[in-house]
Write a protein that binds this ligand. Structure first.
Ligand SMILES: Cc1cc2nc3c(=O)[nH]c(=O)nc-3n(C[C@H](O)[C@H](O)[C@H](O)COP(=O)(O)OP(=O)(O)OC[C@H]3O[C@@H](n4cnc5c(N)ncnc54)[C@H](O)[C@@H]3O)c2cc1C
Length: 407
């Protein structure tokens, strides 16, 4: 094996979390090696719905890969008639940018590679991750850097960021697998594409309680509908439920083999950050939202928090305070995920009442408006009284293509 390839920061995984971290680290003048086991574009099971807070968290516009902007939302309970969330006031409110994940991620990787200092490489099978000057990646002590060995290369860096998603190796190699299989630490989602002549006929649609502790969705894209089911409870039979949903709602036949599924890790907010120059971000850190399974925003935000922590230490902040600084930067994410967890529990206990409450005119308007402005759940709860006068940030609006009205 040839000599180690060294960089300031080594990032495993070039999805939203890894790219967000790499982009900011490069902007701070650090050398970054970004590894992924795939060439891009690569498939990633995902509905590709980006809330406005996600659009605004990114450091660049993603207009070229936005297929459509949803400005309405049909919210149903099971297969009952759905409530039109954007019905009042009539002015369209952009709430979700619809993308196709493989295209979105390839685009973000291109933007990240263009940032000075980011070297992207496809890596072979990961064999070992260890702290330099210690064995086995145990925690504690000063940060001397990290070593990652794959089947065909050896990398070293002062900092390591694990951004390799729900099924990656970082969390396990860093000894964080414990608790990963605890009850409720993972949700699951299955999805498929349904080609359709005129997807604009459809609004974004979610059907609460379509499966126990979960919902079914329809996300209209440029030339197809993305359909899926998310569940916090049992994952058994999700594919069969999706086939049935597509038959009942769209009168179409979906083959089980065309459905893909993936885990959604939802309990990372309860794990303390490490103290030794290694960071777990995005799905690798368990940071997806448990009620609807939104993960891209939290992946980007946690990647950026890790990048800021490292940049500050490199600029002279005490390395001993690294974990507490990361914890502080991650605190808004953790708080938000805890709030979503509480809401999800309320929804699980009484889906009919939650659906009724969400159907009330002022609640509907509040949900649509705060989603459009890009506030997180906790920001919305804290700033509720400002909602009537708050506006969507101009910078976010400028990043959206012109609205094509749905039905
Ligand atoms: C069916 C489904 C639908 C979803 N829909 C939405 C949605 O509409 N909106 C939303 O916000 N969230 C959604 N999510 C959640 C969202 O997809 C994830 O939370 C998000 O992708 C997390 O980003 P990440 O960068 O942490 O991980 P990922 O996007 O999984 O990226 C991880 C990267 O690491 C790479 N990798 C893995 N292992 C290795 C390895 N050993 N070596 C090197 N590289 C490796 C992978 O190739 C990948 O590129 C959905 C999830 C599912 C399952």
């Amino acid at each position: 094996m040839s000599s180690a390839r060294h960089s300031d920061v080594l990032i495993l995984g070039a999805g939203p979390a890894g790219c967000a971290a790499a982009y900011d680290l490069a902007a701070a003048g650090l050398s970054v090696r970004l590894l992924d086991k795939h060439e891009f574009p690569r498939p990633k099971p995902c509905a590709g719905g980006l809330t406005m807070r996600t659009v605004s968290a990114l450091r660049y516009s993603i207009t070229p890969v936005i297929e459509r902007v949803a400005d309405d939302w049909m919210l149903g309970l099971g297969m009952n008639e759905a409530t039109r969330m954007g019905a009042w006031p009539a002015k369209p409110m952009p709430i979700v940018a619809m993308t196709v994940r493989s295209r979105l991620d390839a685009y973000c990787l291109e933007q990240t590679k263009a940032a000075a200092g980011v070297t992207f490489e496809r890596n072979g099978k990961v064999r070992e991750l260890a702290r330099l000057g210690s064995e086995g990646g145990s925690e504690g002590g000063a940060n001397e850097g990290w070593s990652l060995r794959t089947e065909d290369a050896h990398y070293t860096a002062r900092y390591f960021i694990g951004a390799d998603g729900a099924n990656g190796v970082s969390a396990k190699l860093l000894g964080r697998a414990a608790g990963h299989h605890a009850r409720d630490s993972f949700a699951a989602a299955v999805e498929a594409e349904v080609p359709i002549d005129d997807p604009l006929r459809f609004a974004m649609e979610m059907r609460l309680d379509y499966v126990p502790r979960g919902y079914a969705w329809i996300f209209p894209k440029g030339d197809h509908l993305n359909v899926g089911i998310y569940a916090r409870g049992s994952v058994k039979g999700l594919k069969a439920s999706l086939v049935e949903f597509v038959r009942a709602r769209l009168d179409q036949t979906l083959e089980t083999r065309d459905i893909v599924g993936w885990r959604v890790p939802v309990s990372g907010q309860d794990r303390a950050p490490r103290t030794d120059g290694a960071f777990l971000v995005g799905d690798a850190g368990g940071l997806a939202e448990p009620m609807f399974g939104e993960g891209i925003f939290y992946a980007i935000a946690s990647g950026q928090a890790a990048a800021q922590t490292i940049a500050e230490v490199e600029a002279g902040r005490s390395a001993a305070a690294m974990a507490s600084r990361f914890a502080r930067l991650r605190a808004p994410i953790d708080r938000d995920l805890r709030a979503w967890t509480s809401f999800a529990e309320i929804l699980d206990r009484n889906p009919a009442r939650v659906h009724w409450a969400l159907s009330l005119g002022s609640v509907r308007w509040g949900v649509m408006k705060s989603t459009m402005i890009g506030w997180t759940l906790t920001e919305t709860l804290w700033r509720l009284f400002l909602l009537p006068v708050a506006r969507m940030p101009r910078a976010t609006r400028a990043r959206l293509p012109a609205l094509e009205r749905g039905p």
